[in-house]
Design a protein around this ligand. Structure first.
Ligand code: ATP
Ligand code: MG
Length: 358
């Protein structure tokens, strides 16, 4: 008998095209794991609106861009369900129920939320409730599909911890093991810095190399990358730790001996940034060329891409509605339906209605 496959859930906010950070942090794992697992990938448009409420057009336009990035990276619609969050209302419903299991101060203590609040600059007293509570909606996304594995970048670990807490609280409170506690799968390079040296490459920070970037754009971005600010002259000894150029080499280079040699040379002094950057450019061009070519091919077949999203969303919704039914039953709030069912058996109600009418 076929053993039931375990489930993977991941997602991306359609706030821009996908970049190298997504690729090393999560996409690569998704591509390789889709053969062994049942995989759901959520285009998290509702979550994207939590800090883009005034710009739904941006979110809407990027749904297709993100879908194209998936397909170009090797996500196969035959193995993976790609779905759109706002088309699965069960997720919002689950979020409402989970909200009662989490305190406001717990959300405010979430390290990712704290970090993102600093970057987002909503202003004093103006943090949208939706933004503060998005970890809860993420817990709804993960649990709706019964995911046991979530391949993510390191910035998502606090979200996974929050989800696990919600799962435990739910199962304890309602005394049924309805929800699955997920594990994070974090790669070795779990947070790719931006080309500006900022801690994280991010769509919202404008410091990314995108999977769709053209060769000359990639080259320009690489050549302008932040390196060790104290490595002023070629002969100066340089720092390879926290130096984005070397971090990218570690993430994408395959010739580990050559990279180790370059690091040693850079530390000693005598290796210029331009030489290292040129080598990095060669490597990134090789990684990105096949993705860019496939992406252009898929771009010619947009109606097919929409169809893929429609089918993926349909499958995802079926699974999410099963989980929602189990959740409501565990909480004992499927009573309304049973009351309605009961009322069908009673004949006298006809008289009551007739009386009230007259
Ligand atoms: P935004 O700035 O809109 O939040 P983002 O670039 O942070 O966009 P998300 O859609 O929030 O991208 O993240 C999707 C997935 O990609 C998550 O699993 C996240 O951990 C991973 N990821 C994003 N950026 C990086 C990065 N720089 N390094 C490693 N993983 C990353
Ligand atoms: Mg993010």
């Amino acid at each position: 008998m076929d053993e039931k496959k375990k489930i993977i859930l991941t997602g991306d906010r359609p706030t821009g095209k996908l970049h190298l950070g997504h690729y090393v942090g999560s996409l690569k794992n998704r591509v390789s794991l889709q053969n062994q697992y049942d995989q759901y990938i959520l285009i998290a448009d509702m979550q994207a609106l939590t800090d883009n409420a005034g710009n739904p057009q941006k979110v809407r336009d990027n749904i297709l861009e993100v879908a194209l990035d998936y397909l170009a990276s090797g996500i196969s619609p035959k193995k993976t369900n790609i779905c759109i969050q706002s088309m699965i209302p069960e997720l919002a419903e689950l979020t409402m129920y989970y909200m009662n299991l989490v305190s406001v101060s717990r959300l405010e203590r979430n390290p990712t939320i704290k970090e993102e609040l600093k970057l987002r600059k909503f202003g004093e007293g103006a943090v949208p409730v939706g933004f503060l509570t998005y970890p809860i909606s993420q817990a709804a996304d993960i649990t709706a599909f019964g995911a046991s594995l979530v391949p993510v970048g390191e910035d998502q670990l606090p979200m996974l911890e929050q989800t696990r807490e919600i799962v435990r609280k739910f199962n304890q409170t309602y005394k049924r093991n309805v929800l699955v506690e997920p594990q994070a799968l974090v790669p070795e390079i779990s947070r790719l810095p931006g080309i500006d040296g900022k801690a994280k490459m991010s769509k919202s920070l404008g410091n990314a190399i995108y999977l769709a970037d053209e060769p000359d754009v990639i080259r320009k971005k690489v050549m302008s990358m932040y390196t060790d600010p104290n490595h002023l002259r070629v002969q100066d000894p340089g720092n390879v730790e926290n130096n984005p150029v070397f971090m990218y080499l570690d993430a994408f280079g395959t010739d580990k001996d050559k990279i180790a040699e370059m690091k040693e040379h850079y530390r000693r002094g005598g290796l210029g940034d331009v030489v290292v950057k040129k080598y990095l450019n060669e490597i990134l061009q090789e990684v990105l060329e096949p993705i860019r070519i496939r992406r252009k091919e898929f771009e010619k077949y947009k109606p097919e891409v929409y169809k893929i999203l429609e089918l993926g969303t349909k499958n995802a919704r079926q699974l999410a509605s099963k989980t929602l039914a189990n959740v409501k039953s565990a909480m004992g709030i499927d009573y309304a339906q049973s009351l309605f069912d009961e009322s069908k058996k009673i004949r006298k109600w006809k008289i009551v209605i007739q009386k009230t009418k007259s």
